[in-house]
Design a binder for this molecule. Structure first.
Ligand code: COI
Length: 360
């Protein structure tokens, strides 16, 4: 099916930011995509309008019961000046899995991809090209039905907003630097049967208490442990986690409590292609800390759309008030190679032999 989305252009284009100092989601583009869902009518009336505040009835279901979801992907400027997306089909797939769990109506595949394509094309002059930058694409859906019933809504809004960004944990020069991460042993992110594998705001809101603690220990983010034993590593606040121990790259398996990251999937594919030993298996804090003590914990890094590949140089564990060293505390060669390869493919400066990019 082909879709056409009417565009109302802004009368007040914003000045462009300083491309060399974008940070993460500090600036938003001139336009946004809006579409409605009504029971019996399906998704309808997609359009592009100026990016501006929206109105929402205070009794809307989302404001009380958090029936919502969001996604995150990026658009990149290639050396030839074209713009490309990275694996948008994976975002669509994850979006519809989240929708199923949250009782939000599914979105047809071509509708999602065409909506992303249309809004990125409308604001293509906002796609940055500096080292480490991209245009972050944030699709989200919320229940805007006026209802206090704790039941799935019959009306929703789908929106896409755009922000030119650097990496979430970028160093001041935009390159890679190793961060400190706080290993959380008190609060949990997701329990089996919950919404851990979904991209929903509640997962993040519930994690902020731990993020506060992380900040207290001068850590950039939280490494979550499993909900049952508070023992097995799961994921990092914004991203999936990888551990290189004695030549084996380990990441948590997708058992329903961690997010199936698009970057996680891409990292696994690249590592396997490079012939590295890769395991999707449980990793306990005992095994992790013993590896650090014996000098076998070579690298730890986070992977995510916002985080890209973010090396971790130290793990802080509050229970024993210990800093566990990771390698030499600096950016490791595997993390650096992954970053260079992924970002190279994403920006078109390396050939896309994995067929991951989509030119818009
Ligand atoms: C992303 O990587 O796209 C995310 O949604 C993480 C977000 C918490 C910044």
């Amino acid at each position: 099916m082909t879709y056409t989305f009417p565009i109302t252009r802004t009368q007040h284009p914003k000045p462009k930011p300083n491309w060399d100092n974008l940070g993460f989601a500090n600036y938003f583009t001139d336009h946004m995509f809006v579409m409605h869902y009504d029971e019996g009518q399906g998704w309808h009336d997609g359009k592009i309008v100026p990016h501006e505040p929206i109105t929402i009835e205070p009794a809307s279901c989302v404001l009380h019961y958090a029936q919502m979801m969001f996604e995150g992907l990026k658009a990149y400027k290639t050396p030839g000046g074209s713009v490309q997306l990275f694996r948008p089909d994976m975002n669509l797939k994850r979006m519809n899995n989240t929708n199923l769990r949250m009782c939000i109506p599914a979105m047809p595949e071509d509708l999602f991809i065409e909506a992303v394509r249309a809004i990125v094309q409308a604001d293509a002059d906002w796609v940055p090209s500096g080292a480490g930058t991209a245009l972050y694409v944030r699709p989200f859906i919320f229940a805007d039905e006026v209802s206090f019933s704790v039941l799935p809504a019959k009306h929703y809004r789908f929106m896409i907003i755009l922000s030119p960004v650097g990496s979430y944990y970028a160093a001041n020069d935009g390159g890679l630097s190793a961060t400190r991460i706080y290993v959380e042993d008190e609060f949990i992110r997701a329990a089996p049967g919950g919404t851990g594998a979904c991209k929903v705001g509640g997962n993040y809101a519930g994690g902020m208490k731990a993020s506060e603690k992380a900040m207290k220990y001068h850590c950039k983010d939280v490494l979550w442990l499993d909900a049952i034993e508070h023992r097995y590593v799961e994921e990092i606040g914004t991203s999936n986690a990888f551990f290189l121990i004695d030549g084996e790259v380990i990441t948590s398996p997708l058992t329903g409590t961690i997010l199936p990251g698009v970057t996680r999937d891409s990292v696994l594919a690249l590592l396997r292609k490079w012939g590295m030993k890769v395991s999707e298996r449980r990793l306990s804090v005992e095994e992790l800390f013993a590896a650090s003590d014996s000098g076998k914990l070579q690298e730890v890094f986070a992977s995510g759309t916002a985080a890209v590949i973010s090396p971790i140089g130290c793990l802080h564990y509050e229970a024993t008030d210990t800093d566990y060293a990771v390698g030499n505390g600096k950016v490791g060669p595997v993390a650096q190679r992954l970053y260079d390869t992924l970002y190279g493919i994403q920006t078109g400066s390396l050939p896309d032999d994995m067929h991951w990019t989509v030119t818009i």
